[in-house]
Design a protein around this ligand. Structure first.
Ligand code: SF4
Length: 135
């Protein structure tokens, strides 16, 4: 049995709590808070304590879904991105830039978040942008 712990940072919000992910034979099995973490000092909220569960969940989405005939069906990334871009353009053209909104993520880099707000403001023309880490 190969047991390992890997120090990392929680992906769920912008607080930046750190913890050790436990793995047994390459499979995630648990989360241990980092007592030396300057932000969380050995504590985690319920999301952090259970962070290892979503990675191997059979319910995790691994490909895009498009609704066809009222049913969600698996789609390729090119088809899903083309559909999203076409619909975004159509909605903005028909209803104006403030008819859409953008939700950024704590799970992407600051640079990616910057690009998204720039796209929303300068590209689409709306200030409707928010972030999941704004707790
Ligand atoms: S407060 Fe909870 S969700 Fe946010 S970084 Fe810490 S453990 Fe993760």
């Amino acid at each position: 049995m190969d047991y390992k712990t890997t120090l990392t940072v929680c992906p769920y919000c912008g607080c930046g709590c750190s913890f050790y992910l436990e793995t047994v034979d390459g499979r995630l099995t648990g989360t241990l808070p980092n007592a030396a973490g300057p932000v969380n000092m050995g504590k985690l909220c319920v999301k952090g304590w259970n962070v290892h569960e979503f990675v191997q969940s059979p319910r995790r989405l691994k490909s895009p879904l498009l609704k066809k005939g009222g049913e969600l069906t698996r789609a390729g990334w090119d088809d899903a991105l083309d559909y999203a871009a076409d619909e975004l353009k159509r909605i903005v053209k028909e209803h104006g830039p403030d008819s859409v909104a953008f939700l950024a993520s704590a799970k992407i880099s600051n640079e990616d978040n910057y690009v998204l707000q720039k796209f929303a403001r300068a590209g689409v023309g709306t200030n409707n942008i928010d972030h999941c880490a704004r707790l």
